[in-house]
Design a protein around this ligand. Structure first.
Ligand code: CTP
Ligand code: ZN
Length: 151
């Protein structure tokens, strides 16, 4: 059997096939930051069947599909594996949501959502593959490097 960099988990959520180097941004989207009490392991730049990838494992918690779908903004091919009693009981690919709120900042410095006004940035997902976001305040599009605009 192939040696694992991080051991199998008993229960929780495994996010696999994340583009190399993007695991910290996946945690950011899920709101897992310094000070978090979640049991999390992460591997970056491991070589899988289809090249380099990152993996994130969150133990003892089954994250909701709509929360996980936000990951598609930066990891379009990520797979979600729900683990119970060491078995993968559910597996699916993330799909971009129709609407994104409070996850990404607008790329337009003059946008009202980038001023001191207490306004939560909101985007329509105009295209899903590749993802194109359109700001609901200034209409500016974000077409690439979405990771750069994470809040
Ligand atoms: N995994 C885990 N703990 C388990 C079971 C699986 O951490 N108890 C992880 C595996 O390490 C892998 C992912 O969950 O990163 C998916 O597991 P599995 O479906 O067994 O692997 P593959 O068949 O290689 O998945 P895929 O076809 O999606 O690449
Ligand atoms: Zn804007």
């Amino acid at each position: 059997m192939k040696e694992l960099k991080v051991k199998r988990i008993e229960s929780g959520t495994v996010i696999d096939h994340i583009p190399p180097g993007q695991a910290p941004n996946v945690l950011k989207i899920l709101g897992i930051r310094g000070g978090s009490k979640e049991v999390v392991s992460m591997v970056m730049n491991v070589v899988g069947k289809t090249g380099k990838k990152d993996i994130v494992k969150i133990e003892n918690r089954e994250l909701a599909e709509d929360e996980l779908d936000q990951i598609a903004l930066i990891a379009p091919n990520a797979t979600i594996n729900i683990i119970r009693d060491y078995e993968v009981v559910e597996k699916y690919k993330v799909t971009p949501p129709d609407f994104v709120e409070g996850v990404v900042k607008c790329s337009n410095p003059n946008c009202i959502s980038n001023t001191n006004e207490p306004i939560v940035p909101k985007f329509l997902v105009e295209r899903k593959k590749p993802v194109v976001l359109r700001c609901m305040y200034c209409e500016r599009k974000i077409t690439e490097d979405i990771a750069k605009y994470l809040m």
